[in-house]
Design a protein around this ligand. Structure first.
Ligand code: NAD
Length: 311
């Protein structure tokens, strides 16, 4: 099975690395516009094969989309980060242009591929990809909730002083520090509600830390994080390629689910070989429904900046 990752930067290359280590796909193509960059990243990853023992073939390409032909999954991580003085509209305009042309190029060579959108602002870029390509909604999936949920589970496990793998929890809503919704009410420690072990004050702090999780790392690293983002994309790709049907919060087009339509935003999804298999209704309470509606308003507001790109 073949995966293409467009954008061989921090997140794209880490994702390729995790896919190779874990043998999730037989072939990974890393593509970037920077001359020689993807080839270099691919060669560096391949030089781990004999010491770590993987058989995945990772190749790099400088903007040659013929090498991506017949990919089962295409991950889009290409884009630029917001620079000082740049308005949100300017960033959306630049990244929208990149994501749109990348989607056109990959579909020309892999017309059946499932597309995973990572570039920010991710919910808006996912919406753009769907609208610009006309693909059915099950084939365009935005990755953000998997990462936000892994950060949520990390902060819960730290508060509980227990291993992360014993903690279950999800973050839904927009992939932004003001729009995401950590669902503390239904988070659990091996099946028991976390509220049995943690006070409301601690749970509120866990939720707040989760929401600024990306910004905290950007402050520490000087650029946005890549290990957990890359691993989260690989986790999603695994569920697609191997038809695992895991429940993963993803940004997908809603047609009335969670009271919303014509928007891509994070909701719990079953992810399998065809991409989005099903959206799961987790019965939000009134407070969570209210937060979700406000989150959708904020995402819709951002989507409005796409008008000139989609015109
Ligand atoms: N959804 C999420 O959870 C999440 C998490 C982390 C980062 N991100 C986003 O992912 C994107 C990538 O982040 P990063 O840290 O890897 O950035 P990065 O700058 O390290 O990598 C981006 C790469 O994209 C390449 N690129 C730019 N335009 C291109 C084009 N037209 N075709 C091919 N390649 C192109 C650049 O040359 C660069 O190598 C950013 O938009 C970032 O905000 C999203």
């Amino acid at each position: 099975m073949k995966v293409t990752i467009v954008g061989a930067g921090n997140v794209g290359a880490t994702c390729a690395d995790v896919i190779a280590y874990r043998g999730i796909a037989s072939e990974v193509v890393l593509l970037d516009i920077k001359e020689g960059f993807a080839e270099g990243k691919a060669m560096d990853i391949m030089q781990c094969a004999t010491t770590t023992g993987f058989n995945t073939r990772v190749i790099g390409s400088t903007n040659d989309y013929t090498k991506t032909a017949n990919s089962d999954v295409v991950v889009i991580t290409s884009g630029i980060p917001r620079k000082p003085g740049m308005t949100r509209e300017e960033l959306i305009g630049i990244n929208a242009g990149i994501v749109k042309s990348v989607a056109d190029n990959v579909l020309r060579h892999s017309p059946e591929a499932i597309i995973v959108v990572v570039s920010n602002p991710m919910d808006t870029m996912t919406y753009l990809t769907l609208k610009a390509t006309g693909l059915p909604k099950h084939r365009v999936i935005g990755m953000g909730g998997a990462l936000d949920s892994s950060r949520f589970k990390y902060f819960l496990s730290q508060a509980l002083e227990k291993p992360g793998n014993d903690v279950q929890g999800m973050v839904i809503g927009g992939h932004g520090d003001k729009t995401m919704i950590p669902l503390t009410r239904i988070a659990s420690y091996n099946g028991s509600p976390v509220s049995q072990f943690l006070s409301q004050d601690v749970l509120d702090k866990v939720a707040a830390d989760t929401m600024v999780g990306g910004a905290t790392l950007t402050g520490l690293l000087g650029t946005s994080a890549w290990y957990a983002p890359g691993a989260s994309v690989a986790y999603l790709v695994d569920s697609i390629l191997n038809d695992q049907r895991k429940m993963i919060p993803c940004s997908v087009m809603l047609d009335g689910e969670y009271g919303q339509s014509d928007i891509c935003i994070g909701v719990p999804c079953i992810i399998g070989r065809k991409g989005l298999v099903e959206i799961v209704d987790v019965n939000l309470d009134d407070k969570e429904k209210d937060l979700f509606a406000k989150s959708a308003d904020a995402v819709r507001n951002m989507n409005a900046d796409l008008q000139s790109v989609l015109a």
